[in-house]
Design a protein around this ligand. Structure first.
Ligand code: HEM
Length: 403
């Protein structure tokens, strides 16, 4: 029997893409690694996943079957160096300090602190808050700031400078825009080679997203990604590409986790355990990341024949690491669950491509949970709707109020 939290999670995945729950649940039988005709190798074992993430001789993120290949078609072949060449190590080293906990905690407090306090205030006053809508705005604001875009840039980009007093509207449009770009990834299971119509749409969306970059690049301070790119002498159009990649990597995934974390805390009744033991908040965040695993599948291509877990993988084949299946095999959401050495933080990938935004994610999810638990009372869900036909499944609406 499925419990309420799992039932909603599976329904949410199905609303995003109907075949997704079946794939991710069946994925467990792929442990450790299993070949599926026409699709390639499915990996459902944490140790094998890490072996692949750490093996840069036999596996690539930029060849057909992996995300870098998709991006190279949309924004140019130069991203291959950004993803896998010396440019990758160089850039990561030089922006590392922007992604430390000290920096991301400060960013969250400055950029979304007021909106989080408003959520606490509204809940305490007995009002209903739509967490799904709030998440889209919070994430849009924080990722834009991280990149080096000011609210005025986003406003100019999406509302011709005006927004009729609704300061959040440009960020809602930003979210929809990024999501449409991400959704073009639907249908890339067998191949990441884009058909001309999809490619044209992806390029149009990417161009729109980067339209504010020249001004921001010239002005952004060194404590932002664009500012750092300028100081490092990275060409402006490459900096624009990086800004798009950041926006895409950090928008849907984080908004999805935020909203689903709140729903799961309610559905599993674990919110009561959290209210009774507030020091377990970091565990609640880690558990939310584990069971939601918004980047549910990560692709790699085989660049040279290699043996993995006793199977022979041949150059040109694809590999799909089933992040969701691996992480969910551990068990249901429990805030009393300690760190699991076996899975570590596989929801953020592994090896040299380990998610750069991991600390920002922790800062943001923690701040949201503190805002929701500030009053000390549990909440109830008064309305929920899943978002339909999306690459990263999430809620369209999740309205909560304190009980
Ligand atoms: C819950 C939210 C998030 C999840 C689950 C997540 C997950 C991941 C995963 C699995 C990867 C590795 C992809 C691969 O190896 O092919 C990755 C990479 C990356 N993520 Fe995240 N991510 C999240 C949020 C963010 C945020 C907020 C940002 C920053 C704005 C971000 C920036 C990046 C970047 C730049 C990379 C590429 C790193 C590299 O190639 O060196 N992510 N993320």
């Amino acid at each position: 029997m499925l419990d309420t939290a799992k039932r909603h999670e599976l329904a949410l995945l199905a609303a995003g893409q109907p075949w997704l729950p079946a794939l991710l649940l069946a994925g467990r039988v792929a442990r450790p690694i299993r070949k599926v005709p026409k699709l390639g190798w499915f990996v459902a074992d944490p140790a094998v996943a890490r072996q692949i993430y750490n093996d840069h001789v036999h596996f690539s993120i930029v060849s057909e079957g992996a995300a870098g290949h998709w991006w190279a078609q949309v924004i140019g072949d130069w991203v291959e160096d950004l993803f896998e060449g010396p440019g990758h190590t160089d850039l990561r080293n030089k922006v590392r300090d922007l992604f430390t906990l000290k920096h991301t905690d400060a960013l969250v407090d400055r950029v979304i602190g007021p909106a989080l306090r408003e959520i606490s205030h509204n809940l305490a006053a007995g009002r209903t808050v739509d967490i799904a809508e709030r998440a889209r705005v919070l994430v849009g604001r924080s990722v834009s700031d991280l990149v080096g875009m000011e609210p005025a840039d986003i406003r100019a980009l999406f509302t011709d400078g005006g927004c009729d007093g609704d300061e959040d509207e440009p960020f809602r449009i930003l979210f929809d825009h990024v999501e449409e770009l991400v959704n073009l990834g639907i249908g890339t299971m067998a191949s990441t080679t884009l058909d001309p119509a999809v490619l044209a749409r992806a390029q149009t969306l990417a161009t729109k997203l980067s339209a504010a970059v020249p001004a921001a690049y010239a002005r952004a301070d060194g404590n932002t990604t664009l500012g750092r790119c300028r100081e490092l002498g990275l060409e402006q159009d490459h900096a624009a590409g990086l800004a798009i990649l950041m926006a895409v990597a950090g928008t849907d995934t984080l908004a999805s986790c935020m909203t689903r974390m709140v729903a799961i805390l309610h559905d599993s009744r674990e919110q009561h355990a959290l209210l009774a033991a507030p020091d377990r908040l970091p565990d609640a965040v880690r558990e939310a990341l584990r069971v939601t695993s918004p980047a549910y599948l990560v692709g790699r291509s085989v660049t040279a024949d290699v043996e993995v877990a006793g199977r022979r993988l041949v150059a040109g084949e694809h590999v799909k690491i089933l992040t969701w299946s691996i992480n969910n095999a551990v068990g249901d959401f429990k805030i009393s669950r300690d760190y699991i050495p076996e899975t570590r933080q596989l929801w953020f990938g592994g090896g040299r491509h380990l998610c750069l935004g991991a600390q920002l994610v922790h800062s943001e999810l923690s701040a949201l949970l503190r805002a929701l638990t500030a009053d000390g009372r549990p909440f109830e869900i008064v309305e929920r709707r899943y978002r339909r036909k999306v690459f990263i499944p999430t809620y369209e609406t999740l309205r909560i109020r304190l009980t």
